[in-house]
Design a protein around this ligand. Sequence first.
Ligand SMILES: NC(=O)c1ccc[n+]([C@@H]2O[C@H](COP(=O)([O-])OP(=O)(O)OC[C@H]3O[C@@H](n4cnc5c(N)ncnc54)[C@H](O)[C@@H]3O)[C@@H](O)[C@H]2O)c1
Length: 307
Amino acid sequence: MNILVTGGAGFIGSHIVDKYLALGHSVTIVDNLSTGKKENINPDAKFIEMDIKDESISKVFEDGKFDLLSHQAAQMDVRVSVNDPKFDAQNNIIGSLNLYENCREYKVKKIIFASSGGTVYGEQNEFPCDETHPTNPVSPYGIGKLTNEYYLYYYKQVYGIDYVALRYGNVFGPRQNPNGEAGVIAIFANRFINNVQPIINGDGLITRDYIFISDVVEANVRSIEDEVNGIYNVTTGIETNVNHIFQVLKDKTSSTLEETHGPAKKGEQRRSVCSFEKFKTKHNWFPKVSFIDGIDKTVDFFKKSNG
Ligand SMILES: NC(=O)c1ccc[n+]([C@@H]2O[C@H](COP(=O)([O-])OP(=O)(O)OC[C@H]3O[C@@H](n4cnc5c(N)ncnc54)[C@H](O)[C@@H]3O)[C@@H](O)[C@H]2O)c1
C-alpha cells in the first residue's frame, strides 16, 4: 500500500513508519521538523520536509498517489494550545483540512488520525470512560482533536473517505522528546539518568492512562484493515499518578533523588483513564505491554541515548 505519514519524524509517527515499512508498505513522510528529528526518519521512507499547512502539498499528493493518509503531525502540547490557541488551530485544524482536501482531490481511500483520549472527553464522570462518554474538551488542543473527528465524519458522509480516529492515551517509549513540556515519563527518566532533580507539578495525584508505543503502533497497523472504521480509544484502562511514576523511575535508575514538588500547573485535568473494550470486542486489539515493562524499555533507551 502507498502510505503518507505526516509527523513521521516525530515520536509516534516514526515508529509507525518503521512498522509500515517492515510490513512491506511504501511510505512517504511529510514533516516540518518543528519537534521531529532527522535521526528518527527511516532511510527507507521518502522524506519531504514540509509543513502540512503548505498549499504546495497538493503536489506531494499528486505525485504520491496515496491509498492511505496516517495523520500524526500536530502541535502536540496542551499547554502550548492554552497559551496560543490560534497557533494550535492553524496547525491542528487548518493544517489537517489542507490534508483532507487533498485526500478528497486525489482520491485517498482512508485516513487514520491521531486523536487524544486524554483530552477530548474533558473532566470525566466515569472511570474508565468509553467512546460514548460526553466530549467536553477543556483545552484548545482537545477541541482541535475533536474538530478533526467531526471533519473526518463529514468527509466520510459526503465523499466516502473511510477513517479511523485513534484516541490515544498518554503514549510513552523510546524516542519521546525528554526536553519538552509534555511526556512526563521521558522527562523524568532522562532527568534521573542525568542526576537532575525531576519536579512534580502540584500534589502529583493527577492521573493519566499511560500506553506503551508498540501497542499504539499495533493499533495503527490494525487500522489499515478495511473492516476497521470509526473511533477507538487506544488506552489501557489503568490510571497512574505522577508520584507513582516518580517512584518507579527512581527505583529503576537506583537514584537517590527525593520526591520534590513544585507549583501545580493551572487548568490541568485531574483524572484521565479510558476503556479499550470497543477496539477489543470489535477487532481484538488490546494493549500487551505492561506499564513496568514499558518503563524498562524506555529507561534502557534513554540510558543508551545518553551514552
Ligand atoms: N504523545 C502522546 O501521548 C499523544 C497522545 C495523544 C495524541 N497524540 C498525537 O499523536 C501525534 C504524534 O505525537 P507525538 O507524541 O509523536 O509528538 P511529536 O511532536 O514527537 O510528533 C509530531 C510530529 O509532527 C511534526 N509536525 C508538527 N507540526 C507540523 C506541521 N505543521 N507540519 C508538518 N509537520 C509537523 C513534528 O515535527 C513532529 O515530527 C500528534 O498528533 C499528537 O497530537 C500524542
